[in-house]
Design a protein around this ligand. Structure first.
Ligand code: BEZ
Length: 239
């Protein structure tokens, strides 16, 4: 009997391992895979319905769960800042559309942490057939074969995937970090010669991996736009 239980556990473990290898996460630098799906805002075609804006796609494990609910509410409270950053938000969860509608209605009645109730403007996609979740590698089968992990996909105006984060069920996402990442990506998108250092915040100086000969010559002079932390770390001043 003991041997049987051991064999069953080993089989389940190796099944999860094999499945885990099958997760197909799109890569940074590829075009965002297209799909159409039912959502709380009607039928959506992604990414074409969202034009040449930045897009942030979120995956959620389940409706009516506490962490997911807190995340949807915080995103809704931050809607104005995402609008100002020209970013369209969209959520994918594997529950059915009727469930999404009742969850959305329930969320819109909450006075969350002392704030007035908020409207959820972004669409919540019903992905009960896991079509979108599999396309984007949101199902990590070592965790669950039917629910998404918490994923965040940043997509630029040309529909290229620029960043992907994954969080487990137990960690709610930080909206400030999402905005910081978006602004960092936008900074590089606007000036491809610049990248942002660790702990960078919007408004901070940026790094310049390669400096032109004429800019190099200005280094050390009082009027230079550049300064160095080492010969291989050149900053551009934010003026
Ligand atoms: C949550 O969002 O609270 C949650 C989702 C899935 C599993 C556990 C918690």
């Amino acid at each position: 009997m003991k041997k049987l239980i051991f064999l069953a556990v080993a089989a389940i473990f190796s099944f999860a391992q094999i499945n885990a290898q099958e997760v197909n996460v799109p890569q940074i630098g590829i075009k965002a895979p297209s799909f159409s799906a039912e959502s709380t805002n009607g039928k959506v075609k992604f990414p074409s319905d969202f034009g040449d804006h930045w897009k942030i796609l979120f995956s959620h494990p389940k409706d009516f769960t506490p962490v997911c609910s807190s995340e949807i509410l915080e995103l809704a409270y931050s809607q104005k800042s995402f609008d100002e950053l020209d970013a369209k938000l969209m959520v994918v969860s594997t529950d059915i559309i009727e469930q999404h509608r009742s969850w959305k209605a329930a969320l819109e009645e909450i006075h969350y942490l002392g704030r007035d109730p908020v409207n959820i403007q972004f669409p919540i996609i019903a992905d009960n057939d896991l079509k979108v979740s599999k396309l984007y590698g949101m199902i990590h089968s070592a965790e669950s074969v039917s629910e998404n992990v918490r994923g965040v996909y940043f997509i630029d105006p040309e529909n290229t995937i620029r960043a992907i984060f994954f969080y487990p069920n137990e960690v709610g996402r930080n909206v400030e970090e999402l905005k910081r990442t978006l602004v960092s990506l936008q900074s590089h998108y606007a000036n491809r010669n610049t990248v942002t250092p660790a702990n960078w915040q919007p408004g901070d100086d940026v790094l310049v991996p390669t400096l032109s000969k004429s800019d190099k010559e200005t280094l050390g002079s009082p009027g230079s736009d550049y300064y160095q932390a080492a010969w291989f770390m050149t900053f551009l001043k934010n003026k």
